[in-house]
Design a binder for this molecule. Structure first.
Ligand code: PXP
Length: 248
């Protein structure tokens, strides 16, 4: 079974740093430790209000990482200019509202197709792989394919947050069906948002999902166990779940 990539999102190392100002804890140091712990990539979201990751973090990450950087960004000219300057391995376009606590909901690719086309083509023209953060919805997937996106990342927050078994099963089904549609459309499928030790296995077991992006839970867990053990445990749970998929 194909290796399931783990992208570690280090935004909240910057959140803790920014609580006091100064330079500690350093997101680049966390990224390097994540790399040692087995992360396949690093994800960082430079938000419009710079509430966690700062411009200088992106400069340092782009210059010093030996694993791919996935740059999460809103579809704005300012962020596009920054992406084109650093040419990360991938850019993940996400919706962004200043007042939200985190990324709430996926992009409306159907409704903003014309506006997004400019960002997708500008990034792709510099060989930056483009990912669109969407709900696992066939219409959104088709619009993403029409735009020529390389990747879709499914917002799995509703699955992770579901409290009832029925709701969780329904959300999982939506993600599984979305992954099938992505495969048919020839788009690489990633998942992220809200994943924890308790929710990662069913997502890791979807055979066509190739990458998970996980941040907040890992940084929180690092307080108790340390960053490297937290990432190693997540890696182990992903591998264990993946090994249970029957060979086709
Ligand atoms: N993927 C995307 C597109 C996100 O916006 C986020 C949150 O910044 C994540 C993954 C990581 O989510 P979490 O921090 O809840 O693990």
């Amino acid at each position: 079974m194909k290796h399931l990539r783990l992208g570690v999102n280090i935004d909240h190392v910057a959140t803790i740093r920014n609580a006091r100002g100064g330079v500690h804890p350093d997101p680049l140091r966390a990224a390097k430790m994540a790399e040692e712990a087995g992360a396949d990539g690093i994800t960082a979201h430079l938000r419009e209000d710079r509430r966690h990751i700062a411009d200088g973090d992106i400069t340092k990450l782009a210059a010093n990482l030996s694993i791919p950087l996935n740059f999460e960004m809103a579809a704005t000219q300012e962020m596009l200019d920054i992406a084109l300057m650093h040419t990360p391995h991938a850019a993940c376009l996400v919706p962004e509202k200043r007042e939200e606590r985190t990324t709430e909901g996926g992009l409306d690719v159907v409704g903003s197709k014309d506006a997004l086309a400019y960002y997708v083509s500008s990034l792709r023209s510099k060989n930056i792989r483009v990912s669109l953060f969407i709900e696992p919805d066939a219409k959104q997937l088709e619009a993403a394919a029409d735009l020529g996106a390389d990747i879709v990342e499914f917002h799995v927050g509703p699955f992770c947050d579901a409290v009832s078994g029925d709701k969780q099963a329904a959300e999982l089904k939506r993600i599984q069906q979305g992954a099938e549609v992505a495969e048919k459309l020839g788009i690489e499928c990633h998942c992220g948002h809200g994943l924890t030790y308790d929710t990662v296995a069913p997502i890791a077991q979807i055979p066509t999902v190739v990458e998970l992006n996980i941040g907040h839970f890992l940084i929180g867990e690092a307080i108790f166990s340390g960053l490297v053990p937290a990432i190693q445990k997540m890696r182990h749970l992903m591998d264990e779940a993946r090994a249970q998929i029957p060979e086709a």
